[in-house]
Design a protein around this ligand. Sequence first.
Ligand code: HSE
Length: 432
Amino acid sequence: MEKNVIKVGLIGFGTIGRGVAKLFLNSSSIINKKAGIKVELKKICDLDIKTDRGVKLPEGMLTNNINDLLNDPEIDIIIELIGGYKPALDFVLKALNSGKHVVTANKALLSRYWDEIAAAAVKNSVEIMAEASVGGGIPILRGMDKGLAANRIEKIMAILNGTCNYILTKMTLDKMSFDAALKEAQAKGFAEADPTLDIEGFDTMHKIVILSSMAFGTRVKESDVPVEGIKGVDYTDIQYADEFGYVMKLLAVAEKEGNRADIRVHPVLINKKHLLASVNYEFNAIYLKGDAVGETLFYGRGAGEMPTASAVLSDVIYIAGNIAHGMTKKVPFIQERTKAVEIQKSGTAVSKYYLRFNVVDKPGVLASVAGILGRNNISIESVIQKVQDTHSKVPVVIMTYGAKEADLKKALKKIDAMNYVKQKTVVYRVVD
Ligand code: HSE
């Protein structure tokens, strides 16, 4: 029987859920027009059905019983916005196995359970889409997968966590402390329920796992991605980096050459002239290089209520349109990824480095440090030494030319064991 309305069930009435409900209420004409069929929010499920979210819902729409959504044969599309693994995975699999299409913003879930979720979608001939899982409101998954469909993606460099970017921007431009900036990001609704996922880099890792799996047609696993977050970033390094002409950003990097890929997440000092250096506050940006298109840059709000809701609704409209035109699963959006790609072992990557040594201020120290670096194939580009009132500890900042990670590790192990070193050396990769 031909449908004349697509019904949607929403699981999770938090910040993003509220944004999704607002869009359904305020933008129904554009949603229906773009989908080519009427799209209706039928039910919202949340454990908390008491708190007033400031959205006036029709009587009976809100429930705390998940079965009101999952067992309702009228509901075609389930939106999952509760985050985390449990019970989100059960709900998503149950929805797919009941023949419902699923839209999720849950990057942690997809990054870990891609295979199971994709297999259930394929088996049941339904779609699973996740535009909101990477880059908030930026249409990067669709943009990359469909807009750049004719390209081999060679490189991704991305700022993917609004909370971290907000913190680093506040520390740099407003000289705010790390803790105060984190509190502000949480209050603005950017942070994860557990903000350690943001600041320790795992949220960024989940996103680059999804992005690189789609980009390279393989199944990148979480264990393939070395992760360093921004916890413990010292304002001193932001200040010195500024003197060298660099700003600090948490970057996800994925590069592919031939059949080898190198994927990682870490803070970097990026040249102020680089486009990514001017991506500030909660904004995200994805720099992407394809073999045909060359360089592209996707920019927008990476977190927050309405930008993320915008991405969720784009998936709903896409699926509803496909249902209306009998086109679902012609080319499934998230598929099982089977291409064999070798993941490069860490240690071989070459990068410029920023090194802050904390050493005793006496003759011969700088020569010794430089000597150890030189004997490990690391060449120095520039040096600054900051004179302090005391000679017991002085910061010496060195910028290197391109060096192999393994060589640097060897050199720093030696240097940090010297008795003139007062504190472990601080290291950041540098991007020009
Ligand atoms: N906590 C995430 C961020 C939300 O700060 O970017 C969007 O995934």
